[in-house]
Design a protein. Structure first.
Length: 76
């Protein structure tokens, strides 16, 4: 069973799809953090990288997800 980072416990992830003009938007939040710790900012950046990789995969059949994603911290 995966061990979640302690800072994630109690947070809430939501994905919502919204049609606008001729596009489908993915609206994502990772909310309800207990406090704005450095790891929250790290996760925000990593979620953005993941979602951009997902866009590339859907549109061009190319992906840059783990282990080929952008490294932003030692240990990524």
């Amino acid at each position: 069973m995966p061990r979640w980072p302690e800072e994630w416990i109690g947070t809430e992830l939501t994905f919502r799809l919204e049609a606008k003009d001729d596009q489908i938007l993915v609206l994502f939040t990772h909310a309800k953090w207990k406090e704005p710790v450095e790891f929250m900012h790290h996760c925000s950046t990593k979620w953005a990288i993941f979602l951009m990789s997902l866009k590339d995969w859907v549109e061009r059949c190319e992906s840059h997800a783990h282990p080929y994603d952008v490294k932003i911290h030692v240990g990524d």
